[in-house]
Design a protein around this ligand. Structure first.
Ligand SMILES: Cc1ncc(COP(=O)(O)O)c(C=O)c1O
Length: 411
């Protein structure tokens, strides 16, 4: 037997589940909108989506918008966050979680993550609070809900707002309460790879009618609901999603429970198999997680189980076997050049630095960027035999890892 990377036959030749998934429901919904000749952001499909997505998360208000980045920006603005304010955020996320803060000319303050959940550590976040802190953005990374009971207590103790960035976490539950029901506002993304998608799209959920109104108004040129088209009461913009997006999303939302259940069953099966295979460690499940939609699994890579092979090479070998493991983010957010340039620009506008991003060191976030491996939701949407291939690929690469090293040495 030889590794595919060394010219052997791969464990798997077939792709995993195609994404996005769609069927007659999406086709019909799209045609209905087309035939209505009402394609913009005031079609009834949009109200339907806002109501059903909010109900799905057991909160009263949903406001749709063009994407998840904008959803975060709108939520921050609706909470009155702007220049001089600090917002605490995880460094282990997509850029939008932090850039939305900069878009409001507020200051991102990074705090470290927890090594088990890969989510912002409540203790680290609390330690980063200063008199200028106005909010904490809590990302439910990979779909695993963050410790929201702890964040809620921190918010109460320090009078700061909580925004849940639930771009990965549609339908997740923590201690029985869906995401979206913990913070002052929660934001979602419907971008192409997300758990429900229309290619692009976003949503803000909130329990607070006033926050919902401010979000809606900002996305609708400062209008008031029910007010005149040319009557503008505050500064806003046009962040509306189209009726085509809402139509697809209504159908996608109906698919979600079945897909979530399928992924959960496959992850349970994968966990069982991994007990015999030591090299990729998936943190333990937490009984407080009521539902985990399994958007993205992060594993710790253990080189000793791969004859000391470096992570990147082992992942390359797994991919060559047809198993879609991926490398995590290459670095925490604050290592992006953006933060160096923004630091200078914020400083010019009388900003007193909460953190020098160039000197910042958050050890857990940095370690997971070096030692983490991802497996995404599409690999978890198939049958048991698809998971068997994941396990088989891992076994094969571990068994033959010494040949991998020999080859690597020759490169
Ligand atoms: C955690 C997180 N927040 C926000 C976003 C932004 O969403 P969008 O791509 O819809 O702007 C993403 C996108 O991948 C994300 O991963």
């Amino acid at each position: 037997m030889e590794l595919a990377l060394n010219g052997g036959t791969p464990v798997r030749n077939q792709p995993y589940a195609p994404w996005p998934q769609y069927g007659e429901e999406e086709e019909k919904a799209l045609l209905d909108v087309l035939h209505s000749r009402e394609w913009g952001g005031y079609h009834p499909a949009i109200k339907e989506l806002e109501a059903s997505f909010a109900a799905f998360h057991e909160v009263p208000h949903g406001v749709s918008c063009v994407n998840g980045t904008v959803a975060l920006e709108v939520a921050l603005r609706a909470l009155g966050i702007g220049p001089g304010d600090e917002v605490i955020v995880t460094p282990y996320s997509f850029i939008a979680s932090a850039s939305a803060i900069l878009l409001c000319r507020a200051t991102p303050v990074f705090a470290d993550i927890d090594a088990e959940s890969f989510n912002l550590s409540p203790a680290a976040a609390e330690a980063a609070i200063t008199p200028r802190t106005k909010a904490i953005i809590v990302v439910h990374f990979g779909g695993r809900p963050a410790e929201m009971d702890a964040f809620k207590k921190i918010a109460e103790r320090h009078n700061v707002a909580i925004i849940e960035d639930a771009a990965h976490a549609h339908g997740a539950r923590w201690m029985g309460v869906p995401v979206g029901g913990w913070g002052d506002a929660a934001t979602f993304s419907f971008q192409s790879f997300k758990l429900i998608t229309a290619g692009e799209g976003g949503m803000i959920l909130t329990k607070d009618a006033k926050i919902a109104e401010r979000c809606w108004s900002y996305c609708n040129q400062g209008r008031k609901r029910g007010g005149g088209w040319f009557d503008h009461f505050s500064l806003g913009t046009n962040y509306r999603m189209t009726a085509f997006q809402a139509a697809v999303l209504n159908a996608q939302l109906r698919r979600m429970p079945e897909q979530t259940a399928k992924r959960a069953a496959n992850v349970a099966y994968l966990r069982e198999g991994l007990r015999e295979i030591p090299g990729l460690v998936l943190p333990e499940e937490d009984p407080r997680i009521g539902q985990h939609p399994n958007y993205l699994l992060t594993f710790w890579y253990k080189p000793e189980a791969f004859s000391g092979a470096p992570r990147d090479l082992a992942v390359e070998a797994l991919q060559a076997e047809g198993i879609p493991f991926k490398l995590t983010y290459p670095h925490p957010l604050y290592r992006n050049p953006l933060f160096v340039t923004e630091q200078e620009s914020l400083a010019r506008s009388n900003w007193s630095a909460a953190q020098d991003y160039t000197k910042l060191r958050l050890p857990v976030a940095e370690r997971v960027c070096r030692e983490g491996v991802w497996l995404s939701h599409t690999a978890l949407l198939g049958e048991k035999r698809d998971i068997d291939d994941v396990l088989e690929g891992l076994r094969k690469v571990q068994t033959l890892a010494s040949t991998l090293e020999a080859k690597a040495g020759k490169r």
